[in-house]
Design a protein around this ligand. Structure first.
Ligand code: SAH
Length: 215
């Protein structure tokens, strides 16, 4: 769990790069600066940890590109104490960035092996995260309602079950579309349960899957 001056220097450069790409929220930049991304991947890949790129983390999954993590976090508009549900824990990096910003994070991962690996790894940090293995499409009705829901995989449709678990005024951040590229949306839940939608450009995510076989 080493985080030395070299890692910190690389991280500062990454933060500068993300700022240049248009992320101006200092709290988000500070969170990226605080979370040691290199620890979320194998130590032999150190040179890739602080490049602004996604990276494979095993089980056919990826740790999201830092810019994408920052961008989705910005759309969520996280306030300290906000209750956030993340779908797709993956490496746990995004969850830690949200926790670093003071959010109360609930996160679901469907792949059992990855869930177990990530849960074990994240226990080394001081963040209080609520991690679950299961189908993100179902959300966490017992813990609802949420101030924000963040989907970190490509969703072919808007999961109504998750919308039902949002507070009025709550925000859903969702990359919506097919397997090649998706459009990033920020959707705010209105009094009548409908969603006010705003689109934010194209991104590429691994698919949000429905079945929960142990691959
Ligand atoms: N947020 C992650 C990156 C996620 S990659 C990070 O910070 O590293 C997308 C993740 O979504 C993968 O781990 C994939 O297994 C998971 N996933 C796909 N479909 C899912 C579903 N229905 N429910 C929960 N997780 C799902």
């Amino acid at each position: 769990m080493e985080d030395n001056y070299r890692h910190k220097g690389m991280r500062k450069k990454l933060v500068d790069e993300i700022r240049k790409k248009g992320i101006l929220d200092e709290q988000i930049l500070e969170a990226i600066n605080a979370v040691p991304r290199h620890l979320f991947m194998d130590s032999s890949f150190l040179q890739f940890a602080y490049e602004d790129k996604p990276f494979p983390i095993g089980s056919g999954q990826t740790i999201s590109q830092p810019y994408t993590v920052a961008f989705q976090t910005q759309l969520l508009d996280v306030k300290p104490g906000a209750k956030i549900l993340e779908i797709g824990t993956g490496s746990g990096y995004q969850a830690c960035v949200l926790a670093e910003m003071g959010a109360e994070v609930y996160s679901i991962e469907r792949q059992k092996k990855l869930y177990e690996k990530t849960k074990k790894f994240l226990s080394k940090f001081q963040y209080k995260l609520h991690l679950f293995c299961g189908d993100g499409y179902l959300g966490l009705p017992k813990h609802a309602p949420f101030d924000g829901i963040l989907i970190t995989a490509a969703a072919p449709e808007i999961p109504q079950t998750l919308v039902d678990q949002m507070k009025v005024g709550g925000v859903l951040v969702i990359p919506l579309g097919g397997t090649s590229t998706q459009t990033m949306y920020r959707m705010v839940k209105m009094e009548d349960g409908s969603l006010a939608k705003e689109a934010f450009g194209e991104f590429r995510f691994v698919p949000l899957l429905k079945d929960i076989s142990n691959d």
